[in-house]
Design a protein around this ligand. Sequence first.
Ligand code: NAP
Length: 260
Amino acid sequence: MTKSSVLITGASTGIGAVYAERFARRGHNLVLVARDKAKLDTLAGRLRQEHGVAVDILPADLTQPDALAAIETRLRDDAQIGILINNAGIAQSGGFAEQTSESIERLIALNITALTRLANAATPRFVQAGEGAIVNISSVVGLAPEFMMSVYGATKAYVLFLSQGLDLELSSRGVYVQAVLPAGTYTEIWERAGIDVTTSPKMMQVDDLVDAALVGFDRREKVTIPPLQNAAHWDTLDGARQALISDIKQDEPAARYKSL
Ligand code: NAP
């Protein structure tokens, strides 16, 4: 049986490039998306040669409407694509008071709008086929406002929430949705965002991160947090969230709000 093709955004470097290499090694054909055509060409050439897979490159700036629409079209029309790795993302330096409307808009356009639209473009076809996988790269920053990266963290909290919601909507229809939450990982993201990590605590190697994420993928885990040492912490958090939901009474304010 032919393996499905994998469309990976942000595949020119970092986490996306490692996903590309790992899926090529598994014998999947690839569709690689990023802005840097030269880097995509080099990676594609190497993967074709080393792994004998077919690799298409689609240079695109996913913050630009026409480019995003072209990738959506490919996801809608290419019946070979059965796995979407929604990985392209950027971070941002400085605090909220210093950030500009332009940099916030770009961050949201890539981390939220493009990711959501690409998942949406793939979904009807996956549902129709009764199979498919969507991997959304979130971040542990999305769990912790304490990291003081409020807008970036909020986009990653959105990605986690979206993934959990899509899992609830789509798993019964054969579509697997995974949220991956890396912590600090050695890639270009920091330098690109103008964040100096030379004095930061040691971070994870990108190969280790992707290999761990793929262990979660193979287990069909819904939320994969490679740097989380004790999985029980996630279960406790999720259990508390569900207990909170069951304590919400739509028709009545809580007693503590009924008197001064
Ligand atoms: P990276 O090394 O900077 O790679 C980002 C990728 O996204 C590159 O391939 C880049 O390629 C692409 N990209 C950036 N802007 C784009 C745009 N406008 N349109 C299309 N592609 C674009 O970053 P990374 O660390 O691998 O990050 C990958 C994902 O992991 C992101 O979603 C990030 O938020 C998440 N993450 C990273 C870390 C970490 O510590 N590294 C931690 C948690 C989560 P081009 O420049 O060629 O377009």
